[in-house]
Design a protein around this ligand. Structure first.
Ligand SMILES: [Zn+2]
Length: 313
């Protein structure tokens, strides 16, 4: 099996090169940030509750609605510097309690699951960065050492504690997601307890403390489906800010075939040959994994062609 996703037509959402230089060396340079903020080419968008405003262009593309900075009186607490592009344009996100009013009919609020499928690489990267920072900021307002309220620094990328001096950095929690195949090259797909009937996808889970990512793949498949794993191969990763994970995608080879689902996380798991899965898609018995998740790409990698588009949102 190839471990490249390049032959699959669609790139992995949120993972493609973005053309954005995060320019982290500017984050502590207040003078540079102030100059960049007031520069006429600078572009700013609001992020609120994981959503941004998106709009369709006359060319049929979808973009984040961005404005010059001067419209937005704001404290630096709410201002995240996201980077610069190849033309020297700086990008900021403003974290607000609500999105601005819609500027025209087609502008609309969207979360990453929708916008990630529509936006180009640059805007998808800007949005995922902003949403990840917002999620982290919202849930780390107090110092985990001493309990004091922390303050934002480094253009949104650090929270400092005035009580004990600790610096807190954005968290990224590793999670593994894996397409398991057996010796007949059938794929193991599972259905989570809270998923709609017919939705099957790859198994996944969080990396635990003191564990390698390969060990995590082996453990998760055993816990969720009762299947033993031999070889594990890394494929690709994907930022997954729900609220602040990094999805690490693998292929894994089963060395046992009997399935015993845990019944808590996974309701049902089945081995599918390509032909069985094709038929199940056609009859509607199985709904293809949808959306921006790398899960769909991992299944496509094995399936050999793009999955049917989901008929439900
Ligand atoms: Zn503290």
């Amino acid at each position: 099996m190839s471990t490249s996703l390049e032959h699959v037509a669609r790139p992995i959402s949120l993972t493609a090169p973005s053309g954005i230089d995060r320019a982290a060396h500017h984050r502590l340079d207040e003078a540079w940030l102030a100059a960049a903020w007031s520069h006429p080419t600078t572009r700013v968008f609001v992020v609120s509750g994981g959503q941004v405003l998106i709009d369709d262009t006359p060319e049929g593309d979808t973009e984040i609605v961005m404005t010059p900075a001067f419209e937005a009186p704001v404290t630096e607490t709410h201002r995240y510097f996201l980077g610069t592009d190849e033309n020297g344009v700086s990008y900021f996100a403003l974290q607000k309690d609500s999105l601005p009013g819609r500027m025209d009919q087609s502008a609309r609020p969207a979360g990453l699951r929708e916008a990630g499928l529509l936006l180009g690489h640059r805007d998808a990267a800007l949005m995922v960065h902003a949403v990840a920072l917002e999620n982290w900021q919202r849930m780390h307002r107090f110092c985990s050492r001493c309990g004091e309220r922390t303050v934002v620094a480094a253009a949104g990328h650090i929270r400092r504690c005035p009580g004990c001096g600790a610096e807190h950095y954005p968290r990224t929690d590793p999670a593994v997601i894996m397409l398991v195949t057996d010796e007949q090259d059938r794929a193991l797909l599972g259905r989570q307890v809270h998923w709609p009937e017919g939705r099957f996808s790859t198994l996944a889970g969080f990396v635990e403390p003191g564990e390698s990512i390969e060990q995590s793949v082996v453990r998760e498949v055993w816990e969720e489906a009762g299947v033993r794993i031999g070889e594990v191969s890394y494929v690709a990763s994907q930022p997954w800010p729900f609220p602040y994970s990094l999805m690490l995608g693998f292929t894994a080879r089963a060395i046992s075939s009997e399935i015993n689902v845990d019944g808590e996380e996974i309701q049902e798991a089945r081995w599918f040959s390509r032909e069985e899965l094709r038929r199940a898609f056609e009859t509607g018995e199985v709904l293809p994994p949808s959306g921006i998740s790398i899960a769909a790409r991992l299944v496509e990698l094995w399936y050999g062609e793009p999955l049917p588009r989901p008929t439900t949102a």
